[in-house]
Ligand binder design. Structure first.
Ligand code: HEC
Length: 134
């Protein structure tokens, strides 16, 4: 009897903390997506910059092309490694990623690009052209 109620209590706590954790995580995410495609202004700017500067190698929606899929890469790359690679570039098995540190437009919008790619990686935003949520 005692152990049953203890198990029940543990389960309730687990569910409670799980929900709280997800809420915190959702709030801490650097983007908002409504109806699957309406995004906040930062994420929208990030998408535009991505399309201008990155899509020709990494694919229209970051799904990968001549360069790796960034929605896969960002599963293991954190924000600071992402910023380091984008500014300094990278030479690897797939080829050469140019350094962007002298491109003011990319460097000023790097957080916005990250937001867009994070929304794509988390699955909040699919292979769709996002719309600015007004
Ligand atoms: C001229 C083609 C080209 C363009 C344009 C380009 N990249 Fe890349 N990028 C590459 C290649 C090739 C690699 C893979 C290098 C390697 O072999 O590891 C890469 C790798 C990366 C990586 C590391 C991925 C990983 O898994 O290690 C990131 C992050 C990245 N690119 C972001 C960007 C962003 C953001 C932009 C736009 C500002 C951009 N790239 C534009 C070619 C490009």
């Amino acid at each position: 009897m005692k152990s049953t109620s203890f198990t029940l209590l543990s389960f309730s706590l687990l569910i409670l903390f799980n929900i709280t954790w997800q809420t915190v995580l959702a709030d801490g995410r650097p983007y908002t997506v409504k109806e699957g495609h309406k995004v906040d202004s930062d994420t929208y700017l990030g998408y535009k910059l991505y399309r201008n500067w990155c899509a020709r190698c990494h694919g229209t929606f970051a799904q990968g092309l001549a360069a790796p899929s960034l929605t896969s890469s960002l599963k293991s790359l954190d924000r600071s490694s992402f910023i380091r690679i984008v500014s300094r570039g990278k030479k690897g098995k797939m080829g050469v990623m140019p350094a962007w540190q002298s491109n003011q437009e990319v460097m000023k919008g790097i957080d916005q690009i990250y937001s867009y790619l994070r929304a794509r990686t988390d699955g909040a935003l699919g292979n769709v052209v996002p719309e600015l949520n007004k």
